[in-house]
Design a protein around this ligand. Sequence first.
Ligand SMILES: Cc1cc2nc3c(=O)[nH]c(=O)nc-3n(C[C@H](O)[C@H](O)[C@H](O)COP(=O)(O)OP(=O)(O)OC[C@H]3O[C@@H](n4cnc5c(N)ncnc54)[C@H](O)[C@@H]3O)c2cc1C
Length: 273
Amino acid sequence: MSPERWAAVKAEAAAWDVPSSGRFALGGSGTKSHFLPPPVDPVWRLPAPADPIIQWMPDDQVVVAWAGASVADLQAILAEKGQCLPLPQTGHPDVDGRPGTLGGLAAMNLPHGLEAQCGPVRDWILGVVVRLADGSVARAGSTAVKSVAGYDIHRLFAGSRGRLGIVAAVALRTFPIRALPTTSARAEGGSSDRVFICRTPRADFDDFRRRATRVIASDPASATLWLGAEPAGFQGWMIGPNGRLQPRPPEELDRQAKLRFDPEMRLNLHLES
Ligand SMILES: Cc1cc2nc3c(=O)[nH]c(=O)nc-3n(C[C@H](O)[C@H](O)[C@H](O)COP(=O)(O)OP(=O)(O)OC[C@H]3O[C@@H](n4cnc5c(N)ncnc54)[C@H](O)[C@@H]3O)c2cc1C
């Protein structure tokens, strides 16, 4: 990002009407709220930008976009030049995120139907601009696909569920539509108000799939099942309703990150366990 563009982004994020004191929760479109405990504090939502894109370098397959932009709007713009974020549609609403924001996509880092082929969302995130709870605006990472500069602080924000700060903008790697692999993710069952996403080691997947009940969708390539009921005695990676997450992230790492980025403990406290 040029110094002028960075200054403009910083000024815009600094001017948002984020609560200047007290606790608050951060919301996008709320499409993943069933995976989270309900907020106890007032919810502040990112403004939807008039133009999702801050900077686009199609030849480098990199786009910098506002986190408050909808994924669908960004996809439509990227498609004009044959590019996309590789989020395939299985046709099942519990699997294909309903229209939500880029910030929510980054903050949840959930499995998707081309994960085995194109990597997790975390790997597409090359950099972030964040507004911390104290009002300061900072950036981390870069806009280059291959970068060795500095620490990968931006990766901490992928999957952070908004606990550390407000992702204001995100630099993302894009993919050429014509070279997208075919997804092996398939919708298999009805909808559920209690979705569990489970991942096994590849070698255990077929057996797990055979024994599973209430299967909503499956993706053999990434050994992922979307289920409408909690599988008994499951030991692998799982995210479920109301903040259910296993294994929990290492407690000390989690605590230290929270203390560094939100030392006054103001943001998304309903997610602290
Ligand atoms: C065509 C299409 C396909 C898609 N496919 C998938 C898919 O396969 N998998 C998938 O996961 N998503 C997919 N999505 C994206 C999904 O719909 C949502 O965009 C996203 O996952 C959640 O966004 P949200 O705004 O609803 O988040 P919310 O449910 O509002 O928030 C979820 C969490 O993120 C935090 N959060 C929200 N915004 C920010 C921010 N700016 N900074 C920090 N934290 C924040 C919140 O505090 C909360 O903890 C797809 C979207 C489209 C349009």
